[in-house]
Structure formats: C-alpha cells, structure tokens
Design a protein around this ligand. Structure first.
Ligand code: TTP
Ligand code: MN
Ligand code: MN
Ligand code: MN
Length: 383
C-alpha cells in the first residue's frame, strides 16, 4: 500500500477527548462540507446523521496532512460510508453535489436564519425554527410579521440581528472583559473572572463572549451577578439580559448546568478613536442617520462556587456539545467518562458511579488525570 494510506490507517483513538484537535488543520474545505451536511441533518431532526458527519469532520481535523486522493480515504477510521463518499467526491471533483444541493435548498437557508435569530440567546431553537418554516416563515421580514408571538429573547435577537450576525473579535472580547471586570470588582475587588468559550481555545473570533466568575469565599458570590448586571444596566451597557438562578436539581442529561448564569446582549462602546487609522478624516455624509457608537454583543456570565470551579472551567471552555452546534469536545468527554470510566462528568463535578464517590479537583489537569486521559490544553480541544 502507498505511504499516504499508511498515514491514514494510523490508530485514531475513538473518542475526541483522546486526541489533540487543533484550531487550524489541514482539511478545511472537506471539514466545512461535512459540517454543512451535519447542520442540515440536524435541521431535519436526524441526530444520528448529524453525529456521523460531525464525527467524520472531527477525525479529519486531527489528520496531520492534507488528503490528496480518494484512495487515502478508504481506511479512515470512524468515518462512515456516506462521509467517505462525500470526501472522495470533493477530492475527485472539487465539489460534492449533495453539499451544493443542501447549501442552496430553501429549507437549509431559512432554517439557518431562524436558527441564528433564536440562538442569539439560548442554545436551543431547532424546534421553533422548524415550526416557523412549516408556518411559511422564510426570512427575517416574515419574522417581523409575527412579532407579537415572539418571546423576549427572540425579539432581542431579531432587534439586534445585524450586529449579532457579525463575529465578535478578540479586541471586542477584551473590551467586554474590562466592562465585566469593572462591574464585578466594584462590588468584590478580588473576584476572579476568566474568559472561557472559544476565545480560551485560541479562536480569534466568536459568536459571543463567555466568562466564568468565582471567589474562594462563597459568601462573596451571593447576589454578586445580579448587582453587577444591574450596575451595567444603569450605565446603559445592557440591551437585554436574562438571569437563570443557581439550581440543584437540573437534568443530568440536559445541556444546561445548574450554575447561576446571565445570558445578555451588551451595548459595547466602540473602540477609542485614536485606535482607528481613519480618525479625523471627513466622511461624506451620505447616510443621514446619526452614527451609532456601540455594537450589540452576546455575553454569557457564569458564576461557579470555588469547589466546582475547575469543572465549570472545563465545561465552559468547550468545544460545545450543544446539538447541533458542530463542535463536540464536551460531548465526547462526557461520553468517554460514562462509557469507558463509568463516571458521570458535568460542569459541577465528577461522580464515580460504581464507587459512588465524587472526585474533587483544583485544576483541569486533575480532572483529566481522574479520567486517565492525557491532558489537553484548551487550544487542543477544538474537536
Ligand atoms: P458557546 O459560547 O456557545 O460556544 P463557543 O464559545 O465554543 O464558540 P463561539 O465562539 O461560537 O461562542 O459555548 C461555550 C461553552 O459553554 C460550550 O463548551 C458549552 C458550554 N456550556 C453552555 O453553554 N451551557 C451550559 O450549561 C454548560 C454546562 C456549558
Ligand atoms: Mn462562546
Ligand atoms: Mn457560536
Ligand atoms: Mn456562550
């Protein structure tokens, strides 16, 4: 067999949490195509196909070389027949007919619109997007017509749709961090605030900015989130927010954990003008509407008690497990814990089902060690 097919047959550990998955890899075009099919499958309610395409895409992200020929694809592990056909077609013809058809289909396109508006706030919404589609809603302007029936979150998502569609840059994320820290520290000066989510995994842009808040003294955290958010609100920094209180009886299987969380849309003031190279140049006054000096940015603020902090950090660093949001490190980590280790992992802790005990941890490294896994840095968790 050829050298390259030997490369492809090298042992691939079956769970994504056993592999280092970098942010940048060698097969972007094919991965993007597989992820379109995954998203489309989830729009059609097929979780099995969603997972099949997602797993195949995730395996390709770990390949240390660019696939060149259909021959190399034969022996790829954890890649189903359908995914292999798609990959081979792209390698041979540059495009895959199925992917092109899906991309251009009305169902896929309007589900994406509905889905994006909804997930402006919460990681749910396929069912609603699907209902909208069946009710004949195909575009944003159709959505405006049912405004009266929308929830508060959906209205906010729709109102700030244009801004929320724009990726959040790292610079913007850092300015949000200053705002958030300033508000929290005005109540508890030594509060610990960590940026989590995609930015912690090394991404240069994201759909939102995620923060984890903790303090060694749990008393200091009581009421802190509400006070800080109210303070930011009084300064005009908050366009929408919803606080979910801490809960002790959240569903184990749910993607939501029990930590106190604020889902918000911030009005982030524009960067200081001296940073902009065009500052001072006279702009032709074509648009008569007054210029806006802020951008709407989605922000998640999560409060974790100190004893659960490392588990919350691991959980909120991702990559996310939300069906159907494509990346799946968290899902794989939990699946591995349960199936291989008989342990139940969530962002509160790790429970050994057979020994019936909890494993405390003061760092992410300790959690990987409890699971018998090689430690992966945040930037190696882009599965
Ligand atoms: P997101 O902010 O949705 O995703 P992201 O930061 O990885 O990517 P993006 O740049 O698009 O924002 O989720 C961040 C992490 O938070 C993700 O790993 C899932 C995790 N999370 C929740 O969102 N809710 C929960 O209840 C738990 C336990 C985790
Ligand atoms: Mn995020
Ligand atoms: Mn996102
Ligand atoms: Mn988030």
């Amino acid at each position: 067999s050829s050298v390259s097919s030997d490369k492809a047959t090298q042992e691939t550990p079956s769970y994504a949490c056993q592999r280092r998955t970098p942010l940048h890899h060698h097969n972007k075009e094919i991965v993007d195509a597989l992820q379109i099919l995954a998203l489309s499958a989830s729009f059609q309610g097929s979780e099995a196909r969603y997972l099949g395409f997602t797993r195949a895409a995730s395996v390709l992200k770990c390949l240390p070389f660019t696939l060149q020929s259909a021959e190399e694809v034969k022996d790829l592990q954890f890649c189903g027949g359908h995914s292999k056909t798609v990959i081979q077609e792209i390698l041979e013809d540059r495009v895959c007919r199925e992917v092109e058809m899906v991309k251009n289909s009305e169902h896929y396109q309007s589900m994406k619109v509905g889905f994006k508006v909804l997930t402006g706030i919460f990681g749910v919404g396929i069912r609603t997007a699907d209902k909208w589609y069946r009710d004949g809603i195909r575009s944003l302007s159709d959505l405006n017509e049912i405004e009266g029936k929308l929830t508060g979150e959906q209205k906010a998502g729709l109102l700030h749709y244009t801004d929320l569609q724009q990726p959040v840059t790292r610079d913007e994320a850092e300015r949000v961090e200053q705002l958030v820290k300033g508000a929290l520290q005005s109540f508890v000066p030594d509060v610990q605030v960590t940026m989590t989510g995609g930015f912690r995994r090394g991404k240069q842009e994201g759909h939102d900015v995620d923060f984890l808040i903790t303090h060694p003294n749990e008393e200091a955290l009581n009421g802190l989130l509400r006070k800080a958010v109210a303070w930011l609100d009084s300064k005009g920094s908050i366009l929408y927010h919803h606080i979910k209180g801490r809960s002790h009886n959240f569903a184990r299987s749910s993607t939501m954990d029990g930590h106190e969380t604020c889902y918000a849309i911030f009005a982030l003031p524009n960067a200081c003008p001296e940073k902009s190279p065009d500052a001072g140049t006279i702009q032709p006054d074509l648009d008569k509407s007054p210029p806006r000096n802020w951008k709407a940015v989605r922000v998640d603020l999560v409060v974790a008690p100190y004893s659960e902090y490392s588990y919350a950090l691991l959980g909120w660093t991702g990559s996310k497990f939300f069906y159907p949001l494509l990346q799946h490190f968290e899902r794989e980590l939990r699946r591995f814990s349960l199936q291989v280790k008989k342990m139940s992992l969530n962002s509160h802790g790790l429970f050994d089902i057979e020994k019936k005990c909890h494993y405390p941890a003061t760092s992410e490294e300790e959690i990987f060690a409890h699971l018998g896994l090689l430690y992966l840095t945040p930037s190696e968790r882009n599965a």
